[in-house]
Design a protein around this ligand. Structure first.
Ligand code: FES
Ligand code: MG
Length: 592
């Protein structure tokens, strides 16, 4: 338990509302904020002012339920002696934002930093949910470093179609195949996809949302047991109330993100990510949060601390169940407890309730072993990411937990070399090029082909597009080939079950090796050695690089909005979090 307390006179909001050194400004601040009904006594009472960073809106249906939950958060804040101030965060809807939701993560981050720093807030409740919302909020809280607690909106209820679970996002990949082969028509496609989203909340699969909300709890930034509660459940309302109560105490205890977001916390999150079968977006977002809080973390930590961890959580896309099942089986505490028994969790890492993760989770139990497997009977051994390197990129990752039996049999079947495969490349420049040409027979895509997607990184396709997982041409699907190896400098939706090699850094637009590969080149991937190389000489590669540079470099579409242009000029690569380079120099702003 933490025991420090902060004298009420030290609250940062006093500098606005009770500042004897600047009565003029104090009067002005008071005059406006009294305007919505607070009394003078209240504002000068020394009660902590608590922000509720509202990410729900009509434009962000995944987070919209926060508009309801915020009422319970307010009651909790009031009950504990705080004053709530709710304010909007720039919306980020994963599926609705063009060209990518990834583009807006850093924009929402910037906006939230300005609000947390520039207004009289002593603490904040971060209302997290849909994919990029969670890292944006945590990055901002890390930068400003006022007491902060995250409240997940929770997943949707399970989706069902003809008696089978349909998971949001994941069903789309299946439905696309059915549509491509003519087994369903357009209306059937829409109905099948919509069946996966039966209520308010975020994606019910182990996509990026469930991943990032689970990892937020594993990092210690949300109340224990809160991440997995489905959005419409009664328990979700209750934890909203408890979150409101808790943040007021955190302000009195002066418990800040920098106390919680330590290297140990990030290593715990990496271990948990392997065990839950988490999204390939997690390394990007954790790198970004770590850089903003100043914690040491590298892409190699994923291989070193995560790869050997088995897959325990049986959720789509790696498994069969969905969000409601995950909650009933025990959620994050049950997973953490199981990992703790193997000595895989750094138990002393502090969490928002003032206790360590070890104390919070030690007694948690698995309630349904079909959904959360015991460590001794995992869904898959060594389920973490592997990190690949070579002449195509400095780093890329592959999610091994989704390598299917079909894939293993087709590509990893050479008994002398069971971890390597080789084939000719077919290269696409961005998703539009892929969509236009994938079913063109003259590309001559065969089951041996390795498909490349480039021009899809943070600069090439602003924010980095989730497009690396490409379906094979329809004629191959009809022959029973459901997945070809895909490699690219973009991202992939966490709801996709493709074993792609993705997040390649540096991207083609930054003149990484992918810019130099051509259709027809042979490529060799070795999963054991962690290498990915195009089989051409160094001289030939250097010559191609020289020629491309002379021709003006790798071409990508021009920016359509001011923010696209600004972000492109500042953004780093996926390996290091794709943050606005330079922003990481600004840390612990509230302590200045
Ligand atoms: Fe928002 Fe999946 S689209 S959580
Ligand atoms: Mg996504």
């Amino acid at each position: 338990m933490i025991e420090k307390t902060k004298a009420p006179g030290k609250l940062r909001s006093r500098a606005w509302f009770d500042n004897p050194d600047n009565v003029d400004m104090t009067a002005l601040y008071l005059e406006r904020y009294l305007n919505f009904g607070l009394s003078l006594e209240e504002l000068r009472s020394g009660k902590p002012i608590i922000g509720i960073a509202q990410t729900g809106s009509d434009l962000s249906p995944c987070n919209r339920h926060h508009l309801v939950l915020a009422e319970r958060v307010r009651e909790g804040i009031r009950e504990a002696g705080g004053i709530p101030f709710e304010f909007p965060v720039h919306p980020i809807q994963e599926t609705g934002k063009r060209p990518t939701a990834g583009l807006d993560r850093n924009l929402a981050y910037l906006g939230l930093v300005e609000v947390l720093y520039g207004y009289p807030l002593d603490g904040v409740v971060l209302t997290i949910g849909c994919d990029k919302v969670t890292p944006a909020c945590l990055m901002a809280a890390a930068t400003v470093n006022i007491p902060a607690v995250a409240l997940s909106v929770g997943p949707m209820l399970n989706g069902w179609h003809k008696g089978e679970r349909t998971g949001s996002g994941t069903i789309v990949w299946r439905a696309r195949e059915l549509l491509a082969t003519g087994e369903i028509d357009e209306l059937g496609f829409i109905k099948l996809v919509a069946s996966s989203a039966p209520s308010t909340g975020y994606c019910n699969t182990m996509g990026t949302a469930t991943t990032m909300n689970s990892l937020t709890e594993a990092l210690g930034m949300s109340l224990p047991g809160s991440a997995a509660i489905p959005a419409p459940y009664r328990d979700r309302q209750q934890v909203a109330y408890e979150t409101g109560r808790r943040i007021v105490k955190m302000v009195h205890e002066d418990l800040k993100p920098s106390d919680i977001l330590t290297r140990d916390a990030f290593l715990n999150a990496i271990v948990v990510n392997s065990a839950i079968g988490g999204s390939t977006n997690a390394p990007i977002h954790l790198a970004a949060i770590a850089r903003h809080v100043g914690a040491e973390l590298s892409i190699d930590d994923w291989q070193r601390h995560g790869h050997h961890v088995p897959l325990l959580v049986n959720l789509q896309p790696a498994g069969e169940y969905l969000g409601e099942d995950y909650y009933r089986a025990g959620g994050v505490p049950a997973v953490v407890a199981e990992l703790m028994r193997q000595g895989l969790i750094r138990e002393d890492a502090l969490t928002v309730n003032g206790r360590t993760i070890g104390d919070n989770c030690r007694n948690a139990v698995i309630e349904d072993e079909r959904v959360i497997r015991p460590f001794a009977e995992p869904l898959k051994e060594e389920a973490g990411f592997i990190v690949l390197r070579g002449n195509l990129f400095d780093s890329a990752i592959m999610k091994t937990s989704v390598i299917s039996a079909e894939f293993r049999e087709r590509y990893l079947c050479n008994p002398d070399d069971p971890d390597a495969f080789e084939g000719p490349a077919v290269v696409f420049d961005g998703p539009e090029d892929y969509h236009a040409r994938i079913d063109d027979p003259s590309l001559d895509i065969t089951p041996e082909t390795l498909m490349f997607m480039r021009g899809a990184g943070p600069i090439g396709y602003p924010g980095a597009a989730e497009v690396v997982n490409m379906r094979p041409p329809a004629y191959l699907i009809r022959e029973g080939v459901h997945a070809l190896p895909c490699i690219g400098d973009g991202r992939q939706s966490g709801t996709s079950g493709s074993p792609s090699i993705l997040n390649a850094s540096p991207e083609a637009a930054a003149m990484g090796g992918l810019a130099l590969i051509r259709t027809g080149d042979r490529v060799r991937i070795d999963l054991k050695r962690g290498t990915a190389d195009v089989l051409i000489s160094d001289e030939e590669l250097a010559e191609r690089r020289r020629a491309l540079a002379e021709a003006g470099g790798y071409r990508y579409p021009k920016s359509q909005t001011p923010w696209q242009a600004i972000q492109r000029s500042l953004v780093g690569q996926l390996e290091t979090g794709a943050i606005l380079e330079g922003a990481e120099q600004f840390q612990r702003l509230a302590q200045e």
